[in-house]
Design a protein. Sequence first.
Length: 240
Amino acid sequence: MLKLLKYLFFLLVSIKSFSQSTDWKKDLIEMNKVYYEAGSFKMDVGVYSYATIIDSKPISTYKGKVAHRGANYYSSMIGRITLQNKRCVLVVDNPQKMILYRKNNTENVNSSKGGFSLANLDSAMILMGKNVKVEYLVNTKQEKRIQLNYKEGKISKIEISINPIDNTIMELVYYYNTTADYSNSVAKVIIKYSNVELNKTISESMFSENNFISVKKDKIVALKEYQKYQVVNQSEALKQ
């Protein structure tokens, strides 16, 4: 999962000239500003993968949640829970029955309000220049849908749908090249964001490792239904 807002920033500063109106830059800046300035946000995420562009039914569906408050981060997707707070970074991998723990300190806590993962936005997003053309597919009071068309690469185009009322992101759509030169297993992925809440109270317990483990000095013990999970203390491994 890559950091959406970071790549949108690169998108804004990397493209030099287009025949299309540059108002789309303002729309992306406003979207970035909403999340960057928010004291907190929480949203549901749905990921739908399609074998071909014209398929009406996805071959796989994943639903989860993303939340952020200050230096705290939480995501739940595909059976994996990831959280970060001022004390630690924790990954609970339910399919693998494994817990990864790393102690945080003042230096490595990421307190950037824009430092959250919305979707696995490919690094091709920042490879701008003459490789991409940007245009509006929709530009109304109900929706602003911006399309990035790539001349080459694993991704042929990306659509970004923005709610003009509050400038929040509603949907990302990836179209992948499926020719023999690219080993993409799907042709299209739709990522939908719903129940977006900005600047509302989020309980501290949502970001707490105490739901999964107890930490006594350098000993990490899995709790409750996680007692049979393998626990890996990455902080200790780094000392060796």
